[in-house]
Write a protein that binds this ligand. Structure first.
Ligand code: SAH
Ligand code: SF4
Length: 361
């Protein structure tokens, strides 16, 4: 199946932008200035694209904007919530068709990281996840993913002039590997040195375990980091939390990770949401260590954030769980939970916003 035709200027790869200009009789070298304006300067309004020479400007005016061949991805910010320490900012963004997604900016030890959404909703149905509880709405286009990075960079430039956004995690709403082509295209755009310039090794794509996509990433030698959310050390334990384990079983998933490691030589980050009495016992930690044996693995523990649709609780036994993994030789850290007070889990701010809207109606 061919990928859908680009709908906005932010959907275009550099090569596509260049060919679009050339097809309209504009010399290829104008693509560089246009790309810089769109991606490095993160300009939203074509009227502000000053440095463009007349041929590129004319092309832009004729082709880009409302009602023209290519739209502009400039999601509307409908809410921003800051953590009390001011280091986490969560943006609720409305897309062109009214869908609402979340993007988060986190400042931690002097580094800035953005957490991006890749879908509106999610089809995977993990029981503890606010996005999973909403169900699947639609995939995001590449431009809608790129535009989140530009939005965060504009916000960062306003609050911390001169500071760069250096890291990305695809751990917001949605399953990135269910929207593979758009996600990979968007990540190549944002890692382009002439644009947002976020190094591929500073981009982590997190998946619930879509095996064919993990193998495809390895075969295509995609330069990004891989994070795999496991949450269970046996099929039964995992399936109770992650229903799609029925489709991509734990054992096959771990084999695919081993294969990914063999092909790429890269470390894999394993995500583990710790839930009291479900997947937090020392026996589970020992089984996890045995499963990962021989894989260059780093385990990220995430304390459960409570969601409306699931009555599990955060585990009190996280440190013990961590100790077992460390003793087995695996680096194991708690994922920074900066700003728990800004509805920290993915999809939680949107869920809260919807509840407030219902309450107002
Ligand atoms: N779909 C991808 C990426 C988005 S979810 C994935 O599942 O990996 C990003 C991470 O947040 C996952 O590890 C997920 O398990 C975790 N997560 C989701 N909801 C959570 C919650 N309520 N509490 C703690 N972690 C949660
Ligand atoms: Fe989807 Fe990830 Fe949430 Fe599971 S944890 S429902 S895969 S967003």
């Amino acid at each position: 199946m061919n990928p859908p035709a680009p709908a906005t200027v932010h959907d275009l790869s550099f090569a596509e932008m260049e060919s679009a200009l050339v097809a309209d009789g504009v010399r290829a070298h104008h693509a560089k200035a246009l790309w810089r304006a769109v991606h490095r300067e993160a300009l939203v309004d074509p009227a502000g694209f000053d440095p463009l020479l007349p041929p590129a400007r004319r092309w832009l005016e004729a082709n880009v904007g409302p009602g023209r061949r290519l739209g502009i991805d400039a999601p509307e910010q409908i809410e921003e919530i800051r953590s009390s320490d001011g280091l986490t900012r969560k943006f609720l963004l409305r897309l062109g068709d009214g869908q609402v997604i979340e993007t988060v900016l986190m400042g931690y030890e002097g580094r800035f990281t953005a957490c991006l959404s890749t879908q509106a909703g999610c089809a995977m149905g993990c029981v503890f996840c606010a996005t999973g509880q909403m169900g699947f709405v639609r995939h995001l286009r590449p431009g809608e993913i790129v535009a989140q990075v530009l939005h965060v960079r504009r916000a960062l430039a306003a609050s911390h002039p001169g500071r760069a956004l250096r890291n990305l995690v695809l751990m917001g709403m949605g399953e990135p590997m269910h929207n593979y082509d758009a996600v990979i295209k968007a990540m190549h755009t944002v890692s382009d040195r002439r644009g947002s310039n976020i190094g591929p090794s500073r981009i982590a794509i997190s998946t619930v375990g879509v095996i064919p996509a993990i193998l495809r990433m390895a075969e295509e030698k995609q330069p990004f980091r891989l994070a795999v959310s496991l949450h269970g050390s046996t099929e039964e334990e995992r399936r109770a939390l992650v229903p799609v384990s029925a489709r991509w079983p734990l054992e096959d998933l771990v084999d695919a990770c081993r294969e990914y490691g063999r092909i790429t030589g890269r470390r894999i980050f394993f995500g583990w949401t710790l839930i009291a009495g479900k997947n937090d016992s020392p026996a589970t930690a020992r089984r996890l260590a045995a499963l990962l044996r021989g894989i260059d693995a780093h385990v990220n523990l995430i304390p459960l954030n409570a969601t409306a649709g699931y009555d599990g609780a955060a585990s009190p036994a996280g440190l013990e769980f961590q100790r077992v993994l460390l003793d087995a030789g695996f680096p194991c850290t708690f994922r920074q939970r900066r700003g728990i007070d800004v509805a920290a889990g993915c999809g939680m701010l949107k869920a809260e916003n919807q509840r407030r809207a219902v309450a107002r109606a």
